[in-house]
Design a protein around this ligand. Structure first.
Ligand code: ADP
Ligand code: MG
Length: 250
């Protein structure tokens, strides 16, 4: 579903991704861990067409990100084509970014109605089902300010799912939450995983990575230091940098 081959990304003279190679299989829960500043968010943004890579190749669902291949020539995608690709990728951020002037249901309906031109009745019905799925069946009429952080984040997940993405990206979805609210959000993510969704999850929740993750990659300084099965990497890391990082977060 995602394949990175020697992905490089710089901001000006600062190289943030220094040749990332990795592969995410369909249906896989792929966890990205690593210290702050290691390039995790940048990598997610590259997958989601929010950043252009400087070298290497990045594929989503078998297609090059940012380019269209015709014969052996590559053409940069136009804005409209990029927008169409991004519709297939759901993203959930640390900050929930809900529309504050819309209720939970309206937040979830917004993209299907505005972007896909779905009828409001159909979109509302699906929004209500999605809110039910994330445990918020009775909160559809609430505005974001009337919801806890954990509830807002679950609305944000429902909103991403409303576009029926083939890939979900999570960038530290529980880092801004009070500890007692983290579990409900992780439970929703676990359900999604069991349902077969392909997920790339940047997280500091090592319990989630170990129990739900199929693969884990430890990034530091813009490179993949160590990758493998979470049970192995997290309990028996091979590299000093991984050991040192894990001793701080576990
Ligand atoms: P992480 O998510 O692992 O904490 P990021 O991908 O956010 O790391 O950032 C990696 C590095 O790239 C950091 O040093 C950060 O300051 C830098 N960086 C991120 N975004 C930008 C940007 N838009 N312009 C310049 N530097 C950036
Ligand atoms: Mg980040």
């Amino acid at each position: 579903m995602v394949k990175a081959e020697g992905v490089h990304k710089s901001y000006g003279a600062v190289e943030v991704l220094k040749g990332i190679d990795l592969e995410v299989a369909p249906g896989e829960v792929f966890c990205l861990i690593g210290p702050s500043g290691s390039g995790k968010s940048t990598f997610l943004r590259c997958i989601n067409h929010l950043e252009k890579i400087n070298a290497g190749r990045l594929y989503v669902d078998g297609e090059l990100v940012g380019y269209r291949q015709q014969g052996n020539k590559l053409y940069e995608l136009k804005d409209r084509e990029v927008a169409a690709k991004r519709r297939d990728i759901g993203m959930v951020f640390q900050r929930f970014n809900l529309f504050p002037h819309m209720t939970a249901v309206e937040n979830v309906m917004e993209a299907p109605v505005q972007v896909k031109g779905e009828s409001k009745a159909v979109a509302r019905e699906r929004a209500l089902k999605l809110l039910d799925r994330v445990g918020l069946a009775d909160k559809g009429g609430n505005y974001p300010s009337q919801l806890s952080g954990g509830q807002q984040q679950r609305v944000a997940i429902a909103r991403a799912l409303a576009m029926e993405p083939k890939l979900m990206l999570f960038d530290e979805p529980t880092s801004a939450l009070d500890p007692e609210l983290v579990g409900d959000v992780l439970d929703v993510m676990r359900d999604l995983a069991e349902d077969g969704m392909t997920m790339v999850v940047v997280t500091h929740e090592m319990g989630f990575a170990r129990e739900v993750g199929d693969s884990v990659v430890f990034m530091d300084g813009g490179v993949v230091v160590e990758a493998g099965n979470p049970r192995e990497v997290l309990t028996n890391p091979q590299h000093e940098r991984t050991k040192s990082f894990l001793s701080k977060v576990l």
